[in-house]
Write a protein that binds this ligand. Structure first.
Ligand SMILES: Cc1cc2nc3c(=O)[nH]c(=O)nc-3n(C[C@H](O)[C@H](O)[C@H](O)COP(=O)(O)OP(=O)(O)OC[C@H]3O[C@@H](n4cnc5c(N)ncnc54)[C@H](O)[C@@H]3O)c2cc1C
Length: 303
């Protein structure tokens, strides 16, 4: 195998937050065979896609990761679509729209990969990736490569079985619905307009929503009510138009983000006795202060 491996890889430029130090080893597989080979030979490896939901420590990470960015094949057969884990959402949305297929209009404005979206069950504008998914080719820790159906992936709000069992997504198969290209384009245009007013663009580096919505409520509403829009820490601050986003406006660090998240979480807890759970994933481990902050922030998730 001649898989691409980068050592002491400076990850910052690849993350949508524009935060992150050096990663000891990063593999970039191009196809499923390479992906499987790397997984078989690196049991503790972690897999990431477009790093649009991940905060990486400014002090780096001493382990090994896979980035799926080179796994980018899309195949369309009638209404069936097969996409590799690294395919970016907006690219997939545009490709299927050109084929007159509806179901991915929601992906147009955010930068996730298919693998990351399945893992998180990404959703927006009343559509979710799980809606049209038939099955996914996965790497399961106990069985190796295995196909899991939509039901077996146990999707729920911002979660899937992949999170509980460390299942890696290699490829996903979808069944979409035929629709006129004009109608699909109109829906995508509307989604983009909605996004522009509700989310910061990537010109202002960010990581999407910071906290998950608690049951029957909105994290943004709770945060706004406790004055989060005025909060900041070091080089990062809460976005002035929506309180559930943190933007990196002045060379912020991962510690800045985690400290601000903790301040936000504590303020909501004090006012409402609700513990907001982070939606974003943290990768680090080298910095003791960050490790302590993470323990407090992600406490409930770790139980
Ligand atoms: C501006 C902006 C807007 C956003 N809007 C939305 C939105 O409207 N709705 C929404 O749901 N999200 C949104 N997000 C968040 C993010 O894009 C999604 O969560 C997306 O699904 C993450 O995909 P990724 O490839 O970037 O994941 P990464 O950040 O690379 O990884 C996130 C998690 O997924 C896991 N993962 C990645 N690839 C795989 C794989 N192949 N197999 C198994 N696990 C994997 C990683 O281990 C990690 O735990 C937004 C983000 C930004 C920056």
């Amino acid at each position: 195998m001649s898989e691409q491996l980068e050592k002491d890889f400076d990850i910052k430029k690849l993350t949508t937050f524009k935060i992150g130090g050096k990663i000891k080893k990063v593999f970039f597989p191009k196809d499923i065979d390479e992906f499987e080979y790397i997984l078989n030979n690196n049991p503790k490896i972690q897999v990431f896609g477009n790093l649009s939901n991940t905060l990486i420590s400014s002090d780096g990470y001493e382990g090994t990761i896979i980035l799926t960015t080179k796994m980018d094949s899309i195949k369309i057969k009638g209404t069936k679509v097969i996409a590799d884990a690294g395919v970016k959402g907006p690219m997939l949305a545009k490709t299927v729209a050109q084929a007159g297929l509806s179901g991915f209009e929601f992906m147009i404005g955010f930068p996730g990969s298919v693998g990351g979206e399945v893992y998180m069950n990404a959703s927006a504008n009343s559509q979710a990736i799980s809606d049209n998914l038939v099955c996914a080719t996965c790497y399961c820790p106990d069985k190796g490569i295995h196909k899991l159906t939509r039901e077996e992936l146990e999707f729920d709000y911002r979660t899937s079985r992949c999170q509980k069992e460390k299942i890696i997504v290699l490829q996903a198969e979808f069944e979409l619905k035929p629709k006129s290209k004009d109608e699909i384009q109109k829906q995508m245009d509307e989604n983009i307009v909605f996004r522009k007013s509700h989310q910061p663009s990537l010109a202002l580096p960010n990581c999407g929503s910071i906290f998950k919505n608690p049951p029957n409520d909105s994290a943004g509403r709770l945060l706004e009510s406790i004055g989060a829009k005025q909060m900041s820490h070091g080089g990062v601050k809460v976005w002035e138009n929506h309180a559930n986003f943190i933007v990196n406006h002045n060379n912020g660090t991962s510690k800045d983000v985690l400290s601000l998240m903790y301040k936000m979480q504590q303020a909501v807890k004090k006012e409402y006795n609700i513990e907001l759970m982070p939606e974003i994933i943290f990768l680090g481990g080298n910095n003791e202060e960050e490790n302590k902050l993470c323990q407090k922030l992600y406490q409930k998730n770790q139980k």
